[in-house]
Design a protein around this ligand. Structure first.
Ligand code: 5GP
Length: 120
């Protein structure tokens, strides 16, 4: 897999506002926040898209949600609520091809993301 900007954040060759790190994952604030609180939780293992998650990665992907919930609790927005989502490929809006959980919070968030009326 080709290197992404997130590999450089993991190896600290470019800076990021890091909130949490362990041997499996890293969480850091998004450079272009889409909500009052917006951070990313990424695996240190480079996996390009959700479609590339293999059976041996199942625990790792669960770990990302565990980190999201831990930070939500520590940062004080767990009870109020938040969204934790992964975008996949072009229609999903993915721009960095190293899977990442977006954690968005701090205001009521819009839903659904697709607003156009579905044709019957
Ligand atoms: P995607 O569009 O792939 O779901 O999300 C990629 C996210 O990474 C975007 O929200 C974008 O703002 C964020 N991002 C891209 N480059 C950087 C960077 O260099 N530093 C940080 N902190 N976030 C980045």
């Amino acid at each position: 897999m080709s290197e992404t900007i997130f590999s450089k954040i993991i190896d600290k060759s470019i800076p990021a506002d890091i909130l949490y790190e362990d041997e499996l994952s890293l969480a850091f604030r998004d450079i272009n926040p889409q909500a009052p609180i917006h951070f990313l939780v990424i695996p240190k293992k480079a996996i390009a898209t959700i479609n590339d998650i293999e059976e041996q990665d199942k625990t790792l992907v669960g770990h990302l949600y565990w980190v999201a919930a831990k930070l939500a609790s520590e940062l004080g927005f767990a009870e109020q609520g938040y969204r934790a989502v992964m975008n996949c490929n072009e229609d999903g809006g993915q721009t960095v091809y190293h899977i990442h959980l977006h954690v968005l919070a701090g205001k009521p968030l819009g839903w659904p993301p697709y607003q156009e009326k579905l044709k019957r």
